[in-house]
Design a protein around this ligand. Structure first.
Ligand SMILES: Nc1nc2c(ncn2[C@@H]2O[C@H](COP(=O)(O)OP(=O)(O)OP(=O)(O)O)[C@@H](O)[C@H]2O)c(=O)[nH]1
Ligand SMILES: [Mg+2]
Length: 277
């Protein structure tokens, strides 16, 4: 068995930063987590990827091609489809070591997860290769501090969950950027009563007038069935980072029946391993 998080979320929601944060945190505990970059347009990230889709195909390849002539969005979808048509490349890059733990840093194009089949196909492939998966959906907490936005973010998360059908965790990223007032308001949506967001939907808004009962019904549905839950994440807070990782590890049952990987670190530092020997 191998373990993986599919790290998803809208553009700029903090996916790549999340990946490097988790890698660093795990390394501090002498655990090995690797990242695979699946964003063909990525320009910058802090981690050293185990594999990088840009070595197979770059967004520019799709956009500059005389026949394809894609724009950035269509080009990105093309790249992901190209990856899926060449699964041997990814399979080889991933190797076949047991108990590996890999984060897939996905592109920030939300329709890839909400209604297109590409991510679903990737899920099937990874499962075939013996990966146990958890979807991790990041939403920038700054876009969740009013009722309407919270509802909209929640529906996006729900849509991903329904489309991928894998265990799933939603994360509110960039909590360090929220003011105290904004943070309190967000807390009131999260716990214990998501209904408070309905009170925040702006009684005077047009939407509220027309669709008040719909909004209430959606709010109740989400609440009654505990459909969508968000975990706030402040990456400066080690304990918070540890909690989020532990939550996901539990979902993956990582550490229970896995031989937690530490040996890569011993190879990395020959001096230390001679000391140990
Ligand atoms: N303050 C703060 N900034 C963050 C955090 N996470 C990400 N950022 C910043 O937000 C911007 C986008 O972060 P990325 O990690 O590149 O986001 P992404 O989701 O990978 O973006 P795309 O790959 O372009 O979709 C960068 O400027 C980051 O430095 C965070 O937790 N706190
Ligand atoms: Mg990124």
């Amino acid at each position: 068995m191998r373990y993986a998080q599919l790290v998803m979320g809208p553009a700029g929601s903090g996916k790549s930063t999340y990946c490097s944060t988790m890698v660093k945190h795990a390394a501090d505990e002498r655990k090995a987590i690797d990242v695979v970059n699946l964003d063909p347009a990525a320009e910058y990230f802090e981690y050293q990827p185990l594999a990088d889709i840009r070595e197979l195909i770059h967004l520019d390849d799709a956009m500059e091609d005389e026949d394809l002539k894609f724009g950035p969005n269509g080009g990105l979808v093309f790249c992901i489809e190209y990856l899926l048509e060449n699964p041997d490349w990814l399979e080889e890059q991933l190797g076949e070591a047991d108990d590996d733990y890999i984060l897939f840093d996905c592109p920030g194009q939300i329709e890839l997860y909400t209604h297109m089949t590409a991510m679903r196909q990737l899920v099937d492939l990874l499962q075939k290769w013996n990966f146990r998966l958890c979807g991790v959906f990041l939403v920038d907490s700054q876009f969740m501090v009013d009722g309407a936005k919270f509802l909209s973010g929640t529906m996006a998360a729900l849509s991903v969950m329904v489309n991928l059908e894998i265990p799933h965790v939603n994360i509110l990223s960039k909590m360090d950027l929220l003011s105290k007032t904004a943070r309190n308001k967000l807390d009131s949506f999260l716990d214990p009563d998501p209904h408070s967001l309905l009170g925040d939907m702006g009684k005077s808004s047009k939407w509220h007038h027309k669709y008040q009962r719909l909004t209430e019904a959606i709010g109740r549905l989400i609440d009654d069935y505990s459909l969508v839950r968000f975990y706030p994440l402040d990456i400066r807070d080690e304990e918070n980072v540890a909690d989020v990782l532990l939550t996901i590890d539990n979902i993956l049952q990582y550490g229970e029946d896995a031989d937690v990987k530490t040996k890569d670190f011993e190879y990395e530092d020959p001096e230390e391993s001679t000391v140990e020997n």
